[in-house]
Design a protein around this ligand. Structure first.
Ligand SMILES: C[S@@+](CC[C@H](N)C(=O)[O-])C[C@H]1O[C@@H](n2cnc3c(N)ncnc32)[C@H](O)[C@@H]1O
Length: 405
């Protein structure tokens, strides 16, 4: 183990650059395969799909690249301890044995995120509390004081993962969740999570080879994610290099800079020659979309229109439409059903066969009012909401869609 001094903090590191180790990429339900593809493109090996996560092997360059470029990762975690525990005391004792004094700064901050499954540990909060006590007790024994807890912006984010009696401790190399891209200037009424937005576009199979349209764009998340893809802008380009791994002793600034420069050189290198535009009925959220676009300097690539979707010029040319209509938390049921009917009518009557529509919703009742059969249904979650991403293939003439499944 190599111990390095970093900004006055003593932090342990076992991984010089070039040495490979196992990592976990966290994502949302339904996006595991998409994340696996993104990790493969970062040079990851031994990729395995898990639930809401992907395990893989790589070196520190892979860790840096995965953090910087993967659009569907929420966090990249690095396991550092594994053991078995059959009760609280065994959990405490095993955590206590870890040389935390070599990892944590006694004057710094940490937090624990925990997930438990199985019958041994049934309360993840309690398991996290035991773990925190063991860490603090050891640090207090060593230094007569202990690091503080910070649940917002801790120096060290530790993940505690327990399945039955198998305990894994992982360091979160990302820090703040990677869905926080840094481009949001204002927040719309119901902005979609950036990771989910990127995942939907990738599930729709967009290769940046046709137009992209969101008829209910709100603050513009889907449009910005699409424009970033079209321009090869890394997922975290606007995050101002805010990553937890930069506070680790093993942080190799030269390797990080070289990875970042390699990725930044690709910006604008694609041959995207199509149009991206959005529309919304609410001027307030459109202003937020405009602010976000100005901030990202993507305003020249994305057009915004104001009005109800059925009053807009229908798309011309081959167009992928990806959208998330209102879900109904703030809208009366009959109004929502009418809105979905109007959506289906607009797809059928105005959009031609060169359009493909992908729509996410958690309102399974309103969904029926679209009056079209989806050719694909993919289960996703928007926060805790069980959703379906529906694909509609449009056929002019018949004004119907065929059913695949
Ligand atoms: C769930 S929000 C979309 C959020 C958006 N994806 C974002 O990330 O900010 C649904 C949007 O549909 C818009 N909307 C509702 N009815 C509409 C209509 N008839 N025509 C166009 N937009 C409409 C709302 O104003 C709202 O911004």
């Amino acid at each position: 183990m190599i111990i390095q001094k970093s900004k006055g903090k003593t932090i342990a590191t076992e991984v010089p650059c070039g040495v490979e180790f196992k990592m976990i990429g966290k994502t949302m339900f339904g996006l595991e395969e998409i994340l696996a593809d993104e990790l493969r493109a970062c040079g990851a090996k031994d990729i395995e799909l898990l639930t809401r996560a992907v395990s893989f092997v790589g070196d520190m360059r892979v860790l840096y690249r995965a953090n910087y470029t993967c659009r569907t990762a929420l966090a990249i975690l690095k396991p550092f301890a594994e053991f078995e525990a059959n009760d609280d005391q065994e959990l405490y004792d095993n955590v206590y044995k870890i040389k935390w004094e070599k990892m944590l700064d006694v004057d710094g901050t940490f937090m624990i995120d925990s997930t438990t499954s199985g019958e041994v540990f049934t309360h993840s909060y309690y398991a996290a509390l035991k773990t925190k006590d063991a860490i603090c007790d050891r640090m207090r024994r060593m230094f007569n004081r202990r690091p503080s807890i910070d649940t917002e912006n801790a120096d060290f984010k530790i993940n505690l993962h327990i399945v039955d009696n198998h305990v894994t401790l992982l360091l979160n190399s990302s820090g703040e969740s990677l869905h926080k891209r840094g481009y949001r200037q204002g927040v719309g009424v119901a902005p979609i999570n950036e990771v989910l937005a990127a995942g939907m576009i990738k599930l729709a199979g967009w290769k940046c080879d046709c137009n992209f349209y969101d008829p209910m764009c709100g603050s513009g998340t889907l449009l910005i994610e699409a424009a970033m893809m079209a321009n090869n802008i890394p997922a975290q380009y606007y995050r101002h290099e805010n990553f937890a791994f930069k506070r680790w002793g093993e942080f190799n600034i030269a390797e990080w800079k070289s990875v970042k420069e390699q990725e930044d050189r690709k910006i604008g290198s694609g041959d995207f020659d199509c149009e991206i535009w959005g529309n919304d009925i609410d001027m307030g959220v459109l202003k937020q979309a405009e602010q976000n676009l100005q901030y990202t300097k993507l305003h020249k690539d994305v057009m915004l229109y104001h009005g109800s979707f059925e009053d807009q010029e229908p798309p011309e040319g081959r167009t992928l439409i990806v959208t998330n209509p209102p879900y109904g938390e703030r809208i009366k049921v009959e109004d929502l059903n009418n809105l979905y009917t109007k959506l289906g009518d607009t797809f059928k009557n105005l959009y031609g066969e060169r359009c493909e529509v992908w729509l996410i919703t958690s309102d399974f009742e309103a969904m029926k009012h679209i009056g079209l059969h989806p050719s694909k249904k993919i289960q996703l979650y928007n926060g805790a909401l069980d959703c379906r991403l529906l694909k509609f293939e449009l056929y002019s003439g018949s004004k119907k869609t065929k059913m695949e499944d």
